[in-house]
Write a protein that binds this ligand. Structure first.
Ligand SMILES: NC(=O)C1=CN([C@@H]2O[C@H](COP(=O)(O)OP(=O)(O)OC[C@H]3O[C@@H](n4cnc5c(N)ncnc54)[C@H](OP(=O)(O)O)[C@@H]3O)[C@@H](O)[C@H]2O)C=CC1
Ligand SMILES: CC(=O)N[C@@H](CCC(=O)OP(=O)(O)O)C(=O)O
Length: 348
């Protein structure tokens, strides 16, 4: 199979390159860039030198050449750019997996416009696109032609909350998501936010009460609960490269025990290939999921059984982005779901 990456030189794009070079069913890779067109990706990312495995010569082309060559196209671009490529892919009988927010809100254009300030340019694409969180939407993903990969914070938060909300155990008036991300979450472009002297040796919340992932988390939670869920979400920037921790607090409708909540999570995720429900007493950490597609969940019951606290850990570049996109590629292509993304997490 030929896989194409539009935006191959961004952080998410090059993480896709890393995973797809190792994917047994991907025989060939087509890569595009605007800023580096005509150059070789190994000159942009020297870690790839000698690692192209005959799947690509490494030369970065324009995006149209990627659409023409590939069976499955990944778009790893700023928000609002991927729609045109979805339209082109569908017209040419190809599939598209978008890593931006463009296809995360399905036909709810009003919410997208409120948070991303852009109208849909190709509304028909949003009628058929599928939200790419396999733990919520696996069967729909298998049949999709256009997939909107979820937000990174959203993946961590949603997986922490699904079992509680589906069981009706959490009160829905105030679920709190307190989340922290590594700096690769800001992308490769230099900014005040990711400048070392601004972010190193510092730790700060940002976009308090107004982060664009809040409506996406709330939408997922409301679907799981079958009624509106009010979500308070605060992201923080951590001075490290990779990883997200989302600590989620939910008040319960009645007192619960840790054993009861553990049993609910263990049952909900028993068949999930990328969710680990940690033994009681353990705490999820970014270190234990680094470079892997795992989401680790640890369960804590506090406040006399009236509050459940779930710690959710993912690698923002893998389960939060490129790994989940490859998981979706495996589903739409009929490959084993874990193929190419079953790497063992590094110990440190
Ligand atoms: N970083 C993360 O943890 C996560 C990011 N995402 C999402 O993935 C997408 C990419 O993010 P990330 O890789 O971090 O960002 P980067 O800024 O690192 O990369 C963005 C890429 O987009 C390309 N690009 C920019 N503008 C255009 C344009 N108008 N047309 C075509 N290509 C363009 C750049 O190309 P060039 O090099 O040619 O200039 C670059 O390759 C974003 O939508 C982001 O929200 C999703 C989950 C997690
Ligand atoms: C640390 C950091 O800045 N994180 C980004 C989220 C990561 C990202 O690019 O967003 P998506 O997951 O929506 O694609 C942010 O807060 O906007």
């Amino acid at each position: 199979m030929v896989a194409g990456i539009i935006g191959a030189t961004g952080y998410v794009g090059v993480e896709l390159v890393r995973l797809l070079l190792a994917h047994p069913e991907v025989s060939s890779l087509a890569l595009s860039s605007v800023s580096f067109e005509g150059q070789n990706i190994v000159d942009v990312y020297p870690n790839l030198r000698g690692m192209l495995r005959g799947k690509t010569d490494g030369v970065l082309t324009g995006a149209d050449a990627v659409v023409a060559a590939a069976d499955v196209v990944f778009t790893a671009l700023p928000h609002g750019v991927a729609e045109q490529y979805a339209d082109a892919c569908v017209k040419q009988g190809k599939k598209l997996i978008d890593l931006s927010a463009d296809f995360r809100f399905d036909e709810d254009e009003a919410t997208f416009v409120e948070w991303y300030k852009k109208p849909y340019a190709f509304p028909a694409m949003h009628s058929e696109s599928v939200y790419g969180l396999p733990e919520m939407n696996r069967e729909k993903i298998r049949k999709a032609r256009v997939i909107g990969n979820p937000g990174c914070y959203v993946t961590a938060a949603t997986l922490a909350l699904l079992p509680l909300l589906e069981k009706g155990l959490a009160k829905t008036d105030c679920v709190i998501v307190d989340a922290k991300s590594g700096i690769t979450g800001t992308g490769r472009n230099p900014s005040e936010k990711n400048n070392y002297s601004e972010s190193g040796e510092s730790f700060a919340p940002y976009n308090v009460g107004k982060h664009r992932h809040q409506p996406e988390i709330a939408r997922n939670c409301s679907k799981a609960a079958g009624k509106p869920v009010n979500v308070l979400f605060t992201p923080h920037l951590l001075p490290m490269s990779r990883g997200i921790i989302a600590t989620v607090y939910a008040q319960t409708v009645r007192p619960v025990t840790e054993e009861e909540v553990f049993a609910i999570f263990a049952e909900r995720y028993a068949e999930e290939p990328f969710v680990r429900v940690l033994p009681l007493g353990d705490t999820a950490t970014t270190k234990n999921v680094r470079l892997s597609n795992w989401c680790d969940l640890s369960i804590h019951v506090v406040n006399g059984g009236n509050t459940v606290e779930i710690v959710s850990a993912i690698d923002n570049m893998v389960k939060g982005a490129a790994g989940q996109a490859v998981q979706n590629m495996n589903l739409i292509s009929g490959f084993p779901e874990t193929m190419g993304i079953d790497a063992i997490p590094a110990a440190f």
